[in-house]
Design a protein around this ligand. Structure first.
Ligand SMILES: *Cc1c(COP(=O)(O)O)cnc(C)c1O
Length: 376
């Protein structure tokens, strides 16, 4: 029997540790009166995250978007950058805020990530970099992209906002590319309320990034670059240290619900599940499905509306495509003919709720409502 949910279920719900465990951190901040500017918690979190992620250098940011914008500044990216239309809009906005022209390239049908076979045709004399996204935490074809970048002298900056903690062949995915960008927004696998980071590979680059996020200061009176204020504050950093203690457990629970969805949906006609490679140690950040209207018996948008009536709030990540937003629509690379796979996926994708406190009953309820919508 299908009962109506008393509380709405959203696509995600942030994980919060027990409140009393945060109190001692606040106590310390109140005692020290150090609120920001690379305070002790900021320094501790950088060390802890570098260890957890298996990376050498990480710079914390107030959010992922400022980290993206700063990453492009740090590598002096100009001209044109090849990127994907199938992402959160901040990926392309970061280019726009740097006066860089985005050039959209189509995605792959199974992983939803930038299609490397289509990159070279989009390179022009003013192309300086590639900005791919590890969509839903699914890694891009990193080795092929690296090869193309090396051949053409391009930088690679990964929007790794979905990929916290995920590993490919045992290697942290944020280690690929010249830089990788993380987001610790409330909706992500690891959150500091808002927050973000840049992962880099050498000390000089880290130093430069740290200067850029603090107005370009290198000392009390020396400003070496036109920096911005993108620093992570002590409350965020302290919260991150506490969150880190729970993140493995969070991912484990996500995995459980993901497996349950898989079991319940694997044989449903008209629904395609995301394939996770066997070499991928996945973080279960999202649970996307593709709806084939003809076979399923109901369109993606109709299903989305019907689930709302069951008090289930799924999200159409990523619909519309970034290339369809007014700012970007007139770009030559935004033409639908150039982005056929992205357009098709964007019209069929639906992300079902997944978060550590979701619960088996809710997963089963969501699937029951979903199957009812498919008229079978
Ligand atoms: C969340 C997200 C961002 C932006 O991060 P914020 O921390 O919210 O600024 C950028 N790109 C992708 C793919 C994201 O999911």
């Amino acid at each position: 029997m299908t009962t109506y949910l008393e509380k709405p279920v959203f696509v995600t719900q942030p994980f919060l540790p027990p409140l009393e465990e945060f109190q001692p951190y606040l106590q310390k901040i109140w005692e020290s009166k150090v609120l920001t500017n690379s305070g002790p918690f900021h320094e501790q979190l950088e060390i802890a995250l570098a260890a957890y992620l298996g990376v050498k250098y990480i710079s914390l940011f107030s959010n992922g978007t400022l980290a993206l914008i700063t990453a492009l500044q740090a590598l002096h990216i100009t001209g044109e950058v090849i990127t994907t239309p199938f992402s959160f809009v901040a990926t392309t906005h970061a280019l726009w805020w740097n006066g860089i022209k985005p050039v959209f390239v189509d995605i792959e049908p199974e992983t939803f990530t930038l299609n490397p076979d289509k990159i070279e045709a989009a390179i022009t004399p003013v192309t300086t970099a590639i900005l791919p996204v590890h969509v839903y935490g699914n890694p891009c074809k990193v080795h092929q992209i690296e090869k193309i970048a090396n051949t053409h002298g391009l930088k690679v900056i990964y929007d790794a906002c979905h990929t916290f903690g995920a590993k490919l062949d045992g290697q942290s995915i944020v280690n690929f590319g010249d830089l990788s960008i993380l987001s610790f927004h409330a909706t992500k696998v690891f959150n500091t309320f808002e927050g973000g980071a840049i992962v880099c590979h050498d000390e000089n680059t880290k130093q430069h990034i740290d200067q850029l996020k603090n107005f370009g200061f290198t000392g009390e009176t020396t400003v070496v670059a036109p920096g911005i204020n993108a620093k992570m504050n002590e409350i965020q950093a302290a919260f991150g240290l506490l969150q880190l203690k729970y993140v493995d457990e969070s991912i484990k629970k996500r995995k459980e619900f993901s497996k349950l969805y898989n079991n319940l949906l694997v044989n449903v006609r008209g629904i395609t599940l995301m394939k996770v490679k066997s070499t991928l140690d996945y973080n279960y950040a999202y649970y996307p499905i593709l709806i084939n209207e003809k076979e399923f018996g109901c369109s993606r948008d109709k299903l989305y509306e019907q689930l709302k009536r069951c008090n289930i709030f799924t999200r159409r990540y990523f619909y519309p495509l970034i290339s369809d937003f007014p700012t970007y629509r007139a770009l030559p690379s935004s033409a639908t003919a150039n982005l056929k796979t992205a357009a098709s996926v964007s019209g069929q994708i639906l992300c079902l709720p997944i978060y550590p406190d979701l619960g088996h009953d809710n997963v089963e309820y969501i699937v029951r409502c979903l199957l009812k919508s498919g008229k079978r």
